[in-house]
Design a protein around this ligand. Structure first.
Ligand SMILES: Nc1ncnc2c1ncn2[C@@H]1O[C@H](COP(=O)(O)OP(=O)(O)OP(=O)(O)O)[C@@H](O)[C@H]1O
Length: 258
C-alpha cells in the first residue's frame, strides 16, 4: 500500500509539487501522469526516500519513508527512469547480488527464468557496460522484480524498450497487481496508462488536475468512452490541460483587474 498525504516539495522558491494526496491499495496499478516538469519524478523520489518532503507524509507498506527508510525500502522495488547499474558486473553477478541482499530463495533459477523471459539468456555473463539502453532497462526491471516486492514503483518503464519487451512489461505489472501487490508508475504513454492503470492522477506544474478511475475522469471532463486504444485518455488529458489553462487565464485577469 502507498499513502501520500498532503505531500509538497519546494526547490528554493519553486513549488515542484503542491499538496498531493492519494492512496494506492494492494491489487491496484496506479498511474501518475503529467506533462514535462509536472512533478512526477519529484513525487517518485519522495516515495523511494531520495528526497525529503517539504511538508506532508509519504508512507509505503505502512512505513513513513523518511522516518523509517530501511523498513520502507525492504518493502518496495524501484525502477528509476535512468537506472544506475554497476557496469563492471555481469548481469548475472548483479542479479545474484540483489538476490542475496533480499534473501531470495532459489535465486539462481529465478534469475535464469527472468533472463530467458527478457531474451537476455545469452548475455547473462556479459558485462553490463556492454549492454544497450534497452538491455540495461531490462536488467533494472529484473532486479526490481526478483525479490517479488509487495510494492513496485516505476518511473517511465517503457523508455528504450522494444515493442515486444514493452508489451511483456505491461502484462508483468498488471499480473503483479493481480497477485495482490501494489504498483505505481509514471508514464507519458497514455495507451499504457489506459491499458493497465486502475486509477490515475494527472499533474501539471505540481498541481493535481484530476484524479480517479478512467470513468471518473471521463465523467469529470465530459469525455465519451471508446475510440482508438489510448485515445480516450488522450482526450481526457487534453481536456484537463485546457481547463487548467482557462482557470489560469481567469486568475490572471482577476489579478490584472485588481
Ligand atoms: N533538484 C532539483 N532542483 C531544482 N528544481 C528541481 C529539481 N528537481 C526537479 N526540479 C523542478 O521540479 C519540477 C518538477 O520536475 P520533475 O522532474 O518532477 O518533473 P516530471 O513530471 O518528472 O517531468 P518529465 O516528464 O519531464 O520527466 C520541474 O520544474 C523541475 O525543474
Amino acid at each position: 500500500m502507498i499513502e501520500v498525504s498532503h505531500y509538497s516539495k519546494r526547490y528554493g522558491a519553486h513549488e515542484a509539487v503542491q499538496d498531493l494526496s492519494f492512496t494506492v491499495q494492494p491489487g491496484a496499478v496506479f498511474g501518475l501522469l503529467g506533462s514535462n516538469g509536472a512533478g512526477k519524478t519529484t513525487t517518485i523520489r519522495a516515495l523511494v526516500g531520495l528526497t525529503r518532503p517539504t511538508s506532508g507524509t509519504v508512507r509505503v507498506a505502512g512505513f513513513d519513508v523518511w522516518k523509517e527508510p530501511v523498513k520502507a525500502k525492504a518493502a518496495f522495488g524501484y525502477i528509476p527512469d535512468r537506472p544506475y547499474l554497476y557496469g563492471k558486473l555481469t548481469a548475472r553477478e548483479l542479479l545474484r547480488f540483489v538476490g542475496q541482499l533480499y534473501k531470495v530463495e532459489g535465486a539462481d533459477a529465478e534469475i535464469d527464468r527472468w533472463l530467458t523471459l527478457f531474451r537476455l539468456e545469452d548475455f547473462g555473463n556479459e558485462l553490463i557496460e556492454t549492454f544497450s539502453h534497452g538491455m540495461r532497462q531490462k536488467v533494472a526491471i529484473i532486479s526490481a522484480m526478483l525479490p517479488d516486492p509487495g510494492v513496485l514503483i516505476i518511473d517511465e518503464p517503457m523508455v528504450g524498450l522494444d515493442p515486444h519487451a514493452a508489451r511483456q512489461v505491461r502484462e508483468l505489472f498488471r499480473a503483479h497487481a493481480d497477485r495482490g501487490r501494489t504498483v505505481l508508475l509514471t508514464t507519458h504513454s497514455l495507451p499504457l496508462a489506459e491499458a493497465v492503470c486502475d486509477r490515475l492522477v494527472v499533474l501539471d506544474r505540481g498541481r493535481v488536475l484530476g484524479e480517479g478511475t478512467m470513468d471518473d475522469l471521463r465523467t469529470r471532463t465530459g469525455t465519451a468512452a471508446g475510440g482508438v486504444h489510448g485515445d480516450s485518455l488522450e482526450r481526457i488529458f487534453f481536456r484537463l490541460m485546457e481547463e487548467e489553462q482557462e482557470e489560469e487565464r481567469q486568475r490572471r485577469e482577476v489579478v490584472a483587474a485588481g
